[in-house]
Design a protein around this ligand. Sequence first.
Ligand code: F6P
Length: 532
Amino acid sequence: MAAHNVFPESRPPNPSARQACTTEVLLTPPKQRIVIVSNRLPIILDRCDGTGWGAKPAAGGLVAALRPILRESGGLWVGWPGAADVDDTDLAEVGEHLAANDNLRMRAVQLSSEEIDGFYQGFSNGIVWPLFHGMPKICSFSPDHWRAYSQVNRKFAEVLAREAAPDDFLWVHDYHLMLLGRELGRLRVPNRRGFFLHIPFPSLDLFLKLPWRQQIMDGLLSFDLIAFQTERDRQNFLQCANTLAERCLVAWDGKQVVRGRFLERAAAADKAGRDIQTETLPISIDYSKVAKDAASDAVQQRARQLRVDLQGRAMVLGVDRLDYTKGILHRLRAFQLALDRHAKLRGQMTLVQHLVPSREKISDYAKLRRNVEQLVSEINGQFTEPGWVPIHYMYHSLSWEDLLAHYRIASIALITPLKDGMNLVAKEYCAAQVDEDGVLILSEFAGAAAELKTGALLVNPHDIASTAESIYQAFIMPKDERLERMRRLRRTIRNHDVFDWAEAFLSAARHKASVALGVQESPRRATITVTG
Ligand code: F6P
C-alpha cells in the first residue's frame, strides 16, 4: 500500500533523493532543518461522534523538547497517526488544525490494520521489545512479522524520500525504525541521519538469537550517529557490531571495552570509510515544567483531597504502563513481604498502584493484567483490616494534574522495572517533589539508575526480600536523609533536562569526528585506533 502524505505543506518529490548516496556529508549547519521520524506522530487521535477524526497534540517531554527545535529549523515530524486506515481528508484537516494551532508540521505515514498487526504488534512489540528487554522466551520469531517490519520501514523511507530536502538532518527514533537507515540508503536518499534508541540495547548473547540480527545491524550501521540511553547499551551495541558487521568497524582505543563516559565519542567506519558515531545520551524531562505544574493550585488542591482519602497514611506509589518489563508482579510480592515481615507497616502505608492500559491486543499484556489483579486481590485478602486496604489498584490513564498530585504526596515511589530504557516516571517523581521529602526506590535495571544512583535506594527487583527491606528502610528513613537524597536527585535532573538532551544529540550530529583515526583492515575487521 502506498504511503499518503496528507498533512499540509507537502513538498514535491525531492529530485536529488535518487542520486548516488554520498558518504562525505558535511556538518549539520546550526539552522539546518530537522526532520523527526518516529513510529507515532505526537498526536492523540479521537473519533468525533463516529463521523471523523479530531486530534490534540500529545503531551510529554519529548514533544516539548522537539517542538522548539522543529519550529526554529522549519522542520517537520513524520510518523504514523496512531489509527489504522484513517481517511486522508480527515487527516489533512487534522494536520491543518495542528499546524495552525500548535505550530507542529507533520506528515502522516498511513498504516493498514494488517501492517499494524505485523509491524507494530508482531515484530516491534512481539519480538524486538521482549528481546531487547531480556525476555527472549516470549518472542515469537515469525517471518511474516519480519516482512511487515521491513515493508513498513520501507514505507517510512518512501515518505522521507519525497519529503526531505537533501540537506535536512533526519532524526529517527526508536526500535520500530531500525531498518530505516538501510531503506533510505536503498532509495539513495542522501541525507545525513541519526538514530536514538529509547529502549535498552541487548547483550551479544541476546541479540544473536534474533534470526534477522544481520539485517538489523546493517540497518543500524546505515546511520551516521547512533545514540543510546546508557553506556551499557552502547557497549552492547559496539560488541554486537563488532561481531556481526562484515568488515567491521568498531572502534576504539585498542581495548575490548571502549572508554565509557557520557558524551564520549567512539567512532566506527563502514567499508566505504564513512564515520559512524556512537553516543551515550540519557533522555530526560522538562524539569522546570514538572516542578512548576506540581506547585500549581490545581495540583495542590487535588493533593489535599488525596491526603484526606489516605487518612494520613504514607503513600507508596507505583505508576506504570501495564507491561511485563515493569516488574509489577515482583513489586507486589516485595510489598507483600514487607507487610509480612514488618508488622509496623500494616495500617501505616498504602500502595497506590496505577496501571495505564497499553498494547492490549497483545496476549502477554492481557495475561499480565489478569495475574496482577489476582495478586492484588490475594494481598488485599491477606492484610486488609477495617478502615485500611493495603493496595489501591487502578487500571486507567491519569490526567497530568492527577499524576502530579500523586507524585507530590507519595512518601515513596516504588519504581522497579526488570529492565527499562530510562524510566521517566522516576525523574518526574523527583522533579515534582517540591517539598523534597520523598524517597525514590529504583531498580538498578532502569536506565535512570546510572544518573540517580547517588540519591535513590537502588534495588534488584528479582531480589524480593531485599526490595521488601528497602521499602521498610524508606519508611523509617530519617527526614534529614530524605531531604538530602531528594535534593541530590533533583539537582541531577535539573542540570540535565530534556532540552540538554536534545541539544546534545544535535550537537553530536554536527560533530565532525575530530579524532584522528588509524584504520587497519582485515577481512572481518578494520580495527580503528582512536589516537586523539
Ligand atoms: O519506551 C518505548 C515506547 O515506545 C515509548 O516511546 C512509548 O511511550 C511507550 O513505549 C508506549 O508505546 P506504544 O504505546 O506506542 O507502544
